[in-house]
Design a protein around this ligand. Structure first.
Ligand code: ADP
Ligand code: ASP
Ligand code: MG
Length: 627
């Protein structure tokens, strides 16, 4: 006998017939000897309909009233499903988030769960009832108890949080696709089903646009070791397991906001190669990284900054032992990458930096919390450390700094994020020996998935491809190149609760009036675009920054896979797929388990399809997604 939390999404409860089918499945699972808590979404597209109603009345509806409105959708479903179960002779009771005691922050429309009361739930379960809970909603605890919602798609998060709080045996997410596929089957019908994926990979895919799971649900599954499976509510097929390495003994208090950072990591064995002023046209990154991979040079971080005029800078990091080879390959290819027609590009140059180190903060608590990266940048600024490159992923923020400043940076970060040093020992150049994991060449994620899921085939370098059409790019020209600028910029964005994804500083440094300056570009949700632009434009003059430029017509296409570490050629293959379609890459940013490219919005779907095919992810079977 197991305690199972089952979550059914909008399409799965989209009609009376569908609700009756869900009731049958729940009933069957109970009859097999299990206890069930069901979490449901609003029926079909109800939430979209409610949002539309609100915007017909107000262009900028009050967020409290929005929560009052949107939370009604789920309340309809819980009552109907409970009745359907009772019709089958199965005792059941429906409960809103407030009735259960899903206590959240008092942040309307994007509240994080602090705590879940289990008393009432447990009592009903012990009485043999199925408890049907409204997903996506909770109640604030401070002051007057207000209805809150968790953010669109948040019912997944409700379900996994309830599973964690009840220490359920597992959590099943029932939806309109057979599980997690290599990409969105609505855009690529040949997408293939996976039988398992690691939490870290799924965190990236979900955050990069794969809406099959709410990223925060994956974050909770990872942090609390909740076994999680995504399945079709139309079939009995096994679906896709989302595996976590090992359960962590975390407190259930402040469930979604405790401890965003688990580790501080560093790697001093790094060097940077930059190629400045290459032409801004399709195929350049493909040629450079194609040659690099033919020479078996494994690159770590890659960034390509926004173009200035019509030239780009591309920079990458490698480990020190292969620097000479990387430099030679880049120098050899540089002349061929200069534009013949435009003599301006004759200035293209290869720049090598030996003394760099990568310092990172890691942990699954950073999603949608822009303050965490901002705190890292502020900590480095306060320690007088200048940041040369930034790489962000959902579980890690890395900064490339000067080697001489590495120890100072690590110490400051350990203190700021309360990563405890092992008492009394100074074994390595750094006192935080216990908490700091040196970046190891072995891949912890592949180990995890092989361990948890022995049946799955060897991990391919790329597990999935995602497309995000809801992003915008902001660029700030001519930021002063000195410690504290990233802290200032991302601190301001964090204060306005604006999450940033790709962050890229230009490699080119321009000296204006004796002061070195660089451009910085980053992607944010398109909804935040105008606000962020206005806010930053207001402070730009005062801070001595140049122009703030917003581009909303972008698409971000990303590949994700824990197996891409130590595999030269993955980036080259992605860039080559885009080059073959004559798609220009506007920005590149990578982390250990993902590579993202910004392209023009109208080329997004074509880019996704080309990349998906290039990595051999397409299967012969085609998925037809229910309407
Ligand atoms: P629910 O209402 O059940 O929560 P969602 O619409 O939120 O369902 O999520 C399921 C949808 O996610 C699918 O219909 C599919 O179009 C989309 N999707 C995007 N990327 C993926 C992926 N990699 N695997 C599966 N589905 C995906
Ligand atoms: N009904 C909410 C939405 O559409 C929550 C969910 O379905 O997960 O966003
Ligand atoms: Mg969903």
């Amino acid at each position: 006998m197991a305690l199972i939390v089952q979550k059914y999404g909008g399409t799965s409860v989209g009609s009376v017939e569908r609700i009756q089918a869900v009731a049958q499945r729940v009933y069957k699972t109970v009859k097999a000897g299990n206890s069930i808590v069901v979490v449901v979404s609003a029926m079909g597209k109800t939430t979209d309909g409610l949002v539309k109603l609100a915007t017909e009345i107000s262009p900028n509806p009050n967020r409290r009233e929005m929560d009052m409105l949107l939370s009604t959708g789920e309340q309809v479903t819980i009552a109907l499903l409970s009745m359907a179960l009772q019709e089958l002779g199965q005792p059941a009771i429906s409960m809103t988030g407030a009735q259960v005691g899903i206590v959240t922050e008092a942040e309307h429309s994007r509240a994080r769960i602090l705590h879940i009361e289990t008393t009432r739930l447990t009592r009903h379960i012990n009485e043999g009832k199925v408890v049907v809970v409204a997903g996506f909603q909770g109640t604030s605890s401070a002051g007057e108890m207000e209805i809150t919602t968790l953010g669109r798609g948040g019912s997944d998060t409700s379900a996994v949080a309830i599973a964690a709080a009840l220490r359920a045996n597992f959590c099943e997410i029932y939806t309109d696709v057979p599980g997690i596929l290599t990409t969105d089957p609505r855009l690529v019908a040949e997408a293939q089903l996976m039988d398992a994926i690691t939490c870290n990979e799924m965190l990236e895919l979900a955050s990069l646009g794969a809406k099959v799971l709410h990223p925060r649900a994956v974050e909770i599954a990872r942090n609390y070791g909740v076994p999680l499976v995504v399945r079709s509510s139309w079939t009995d097929d096994p679906g896709t397991w989302v595996t976590s390495a090992k359960p962590q003994g975390r407190s259930l208090i402040n469930l979604e906001i405790a401890r965003p950072v688990d580790h501080v990591e560093f790697d001093t064995d790094q060097a940077k190669v930059a190629l400045l002023r290459v032409p801004d046209k399709p195929g350049v990154a493909a040629r450079l990284f194609g040659e690099i991979s033919r020479q078996k040079v494994d690159v770590d971080l890659i960034i390509q900054s926004i173009h200035e005029g019509n030239s780009n800078d591309i920079a990458f990091t490698v480990t020190t032992p292969i620097l000479k080879r990387a430099e030679a390959v880049t120098a050899a290819i540089a002349p061929a990458l200069r534009s013949q027609s435009n003599p301006k590009f004759d200035e293209a140059e290869v720049m090598v930096e030996h003394n760099i180190a990568k310092v990172s903060i890691a942990g699954a608590g950073m999603i949608g919390r822009p303050g965490v990266a901002a705190k890292m940048f502020a900590t480095l600024a306060a320690a007088g450390v200048n940041i040369q490159m930034i790489s962000t992923s959902e579980v890690k923020v890395s900064c490339v700094v000067n080697t001489a400043e590495c120890d100072r940076a690590v110490l400051a970060l350990c203190t700021a994020f309360e990563i405890e040093a092992k008492s009394g020992e100074l074994l390595t150049p750094n006192p935080c020996t216990d908490a700091i994991n040196r970046v190891s060449p072995a891949n912890p994620y592949t180990d995890a998935i092989n361990r948890v899921s022995p049946h799955s085939s060897p991990t391919p370098p790329v597990r999935g491809v995602a497309l995000d059409l809801n992003q915008a790019r902001l660029a700030i020209r001519q930021l002063l190149d000195r410690p504290g600028m990233a802290a200032k910029l991302f601190g301001l964005l964090a204060q306005h609760n604006i999450s940033v994804d790709m962050i890229i500083q230009s490699q080119r440094c321009r000296v204006i009036d004796g002061v070195p300056r660089r451009d910085i570009a980053f992607t944010i949700s398109r909804l935040d675009g105008e606000n962020a632009k206005q806010m930053l434009t207001q402070v730009a003059a005062e801070l001595g920054w140049g122009e703030v430029v917003l581009d909303s017509a972008i698409a971000k296409v990303s590949i994700v896979g824990a197996g891409m570490v130590g595999q030269p050629g993955v980036a080259a293959k992605m860039f080559e797929a885009l080059a073959q379609q004559q798609i220009n890459i506007q920005m590149i940013a990578t982390s250990e388990i993902k590579i993202s490219c910004v392209v023009a919005q109208e080329q997004g779907v074509k880019a996704l399809q080309a990349i998906h095919a290039a990595f051999g992810l397409a299967g012969s079977e085609k998925f037809v997604v229910p309407a």
